[in-house]
Design a protein around this ligand. Structure first.
Ligand SMILES: NC(=O)c1ccc[n+]([C@@H]2O[C@H](COP(=O)([O-])OP(=O)(O)OC[C@H]3O[C@@H](n4cnc5c(N)ncnc54)[C@H](O)[C@@H]3O)[C@@H](O)[C@H]2O)c1
Length: 357
C-alpha cells in the first residue's frame, strides 16, 4: 500500500484535484497499484476556522508515512498576507527539503502554441528550478517600516551544496532520459558573487557528464531565446526566482497555466518522493464556477506516479491528457467549452479505454 496525501487547498484547487484523484483511482483500479489516497483539509478555510496551517508533527508524518503529496493550490483573498500559503507551500518545500522543482514544458498540439509555426517536437523541454534557496529563502527584513527612510532587504542565499545538487539533478535527469543538452541560466554579469558560484559549480558538475552538451545563457537572453527557438533546449537549470518566472513563460508556450504541471522532489529521500502540484494558483477569479482546467492537475498526478515507481501508469494519464487535447474536450482557457467535470469524465473514460486496449 502506498499512501498519498491529498491537499486540495483553496479556490480551484478542490475542483481540479477532484479530477486528478479520479484519474489516479481509475488507473489504480485497472492496474492494482494499491494506492491509498488520504485527504487533508489544509488551506484558507481551516486556517480561518482554527488558525491551523500545518499542525505540529504533520511534516514528519508526511516524511515518514507517505509516498507523495498531491496538492491543488493555496491562496485566498480572505487571507491578504497569504500567511497560510507561505506556511503550507514553502513550509512543505523547505522542511521536506524538496530541492528540485521539475516543470515540464511540452507542447501537445500546434494550435496551443502562441508562436508561429512551432510544432509539438519544437517545444519539449524540462526546467529544473532550485526550490529551497535563493531569494525565496526568506532571509531579510524591513528597517524603519512605513517611514520615508524605510529599507527593505531580501537576501539571495546560494549554498555550494544547494547549487551543486540542483545542477546534478538536472544532469542526471538529462542522462537518464536520453536528453543531450543542459542549459544553465543565471545573471552572473550583474550578480557577481552568488552567480559566480553557479558558474563554477556548473563547470565542475558538468565535467561528470561528458556526453551532454553544456550551454550557459544569462536569464534575459534565455527569455528571448525561449520565445525565438524553444527547440534549442532540452533541460534548463536555474535558480529559484528565475525558474519561477521562466516556467510561467514556458506555460504560455504550451497553452497556459491550465496545462502546466510540476513536481517538487527530493531525489535523496527514501520515503516521500515529493509533492506534486499544478503550476497555477487558486484562481479566485474563476473558482466555484466549474470551468477550471483540470489537466495540469492530472499531469501532476502523472509525474507523481512516475516518481513513486509507476512510470507506465503515469504515461497512461499523460496519454489521456493528450487525447483530451487532440479531441478538443477542453475547458475555455484552452479554447474549449467543456466543464471541469466533463473533462474529468473524458479523462477517466480514456484511461479505462487505454488500459483495456
Ligand atoms: N502553488 C500555489 O499554490 C500557488 C501558485 C501561484 C499562485 N498562488 C496563489 O493563488 C492566488 C491567485 O494567484 P494568481 O491569480 O496570481 O495566479 P493563478 O494561477 O491563480 O491565476 C492566474 C490566471 O490564470 C487562470 N487560471 C489559473 N489556473 C487555471 C485553471 N486551472 N484553469 C483555467 N484558468 C486558470 C486564472 O483564472 C487567472 O486568470 C494567490 O493567492 C496566489 O498567492 C498559489
Amino acid at each position: 500500500m502506498k499512501k498519498i496525501a491529498v491537499i486540495p487547498g483553496d479556490g480551484v484547487g478542490p475542483e481540479v484535484i477532484a479530477v486528478a484523484v479520479r484519474a489516479l483511482q481509475a488507473v489504480d483500479r485497472a492496474r492494482g497499484l494499491g494506492l491509498e489516497l488520504v485527504p487533508f483539509d489544509y488551506g484558507a478555510e481551516r486556517y480561518l476556522r482554527d488558525g491551523v496551517t500545518l499542525p505540529p508533527g504533520q511534516i514528519e508524518d508526511f516524511r515518514e508515512n507517505y509516498s507523495a503529496i498531491l496538492l491543488g493550490a493555496i491562496g485566498d483573498p480572505r487571507v491578504p498576507d497569504n500567511r497560510h500559503g507561505r506556511e503550507i507551500l514553502l513550509g512543505l518545500r523547505f522542511s521536506l527539503d524538496l530541492y528540485v522543482n521539475l516543470r515540464p514544458v511540452r507542447l501537445l498540439a500546434e494550435r496551443l502554441c502562441p508562436l508561429k509555426g512551432k510544432k509539438p517536437a519544437d517545444v519539449d523541454l524540462v526546467v529544473f528550478r532550485e526550490n529551497t534557496e535563493g531569494l525565496y529563502a526568506d532571509v531579510g527584513g524591513i528597517f524603519k517600516k512605513g517611514t520615508p527612510d524605510e529599507i527593505a532587504v531580501n537576501e539571495d542565499v546560494n549554498t555550494r551544496k544547494g547549487v551543486e545538487r540542483i545542477l546534478r539533478a538536472a544532469f542526471a535527469w538529462a542522462k537518464a532520459h536520453g536528453k543531450g543538452r543542459v542549459c544553465m541560466s543565471d545573471k552572473a554579469n550583474a550578480l557577481r558573487f552568488a552567480h559566480d558560484l553557479w558558474q563554477r559549480a556548473f563547470r565542475e558538475v558538468g565535467a561528470d557528464y561528458p556526453g551532454i552538451e553544456k550551454r550557459h545563457l544569462y536569464v534575459d537572453a534565455l527569455a528571448m531565446k525561449l520565445v525565438e527557438t524553444p527547440e534549442a533546449f532540452d533541460v534548463i537549470v536555474t535558480c529559484n526566482l528565475f525558474g519561477d518566472i521562466l516556467t510561467d513563460l514556458g506555460a504560455a508556450l504550451v497553452g497556459g497555466l491550465g496545462l502546466a504541471a510540476s513536481a517538487n522532489l527530493n531525489p535523496d529521500s527514501r520515503t516521500l518522493a515529493g509533492m506534486f502540484e499544478p503550476v497555477h494558483g487558486s484562481a479566485p477569479d474563476i473558482a466555484g464556477r466549474g470551468i477550471a482546467n483540470p489537466l495540469a492537475a492530472v499531469s501532476s498526478a502523472a509525474l507523481l506516479l512516475d516518481a513513486i515507481g509507476h512510470g507506465p501508469e503515469g504515461a497512461i494519464l499523460e496519454r489521456a491528457v493528450g487525447s483530451a487535447v487532440a479531441r478538443g474536450v477542453l475547458t475555455r482557457d484552452v479554447g474549449g467549452e467543456a466543464s471541469t467535470a466533463a473533462v474529468g469524465d473524458f479523462v477517466v473514460a480514456e484511461i479505462e479505454r487505454i488500459v483495456r486496449a
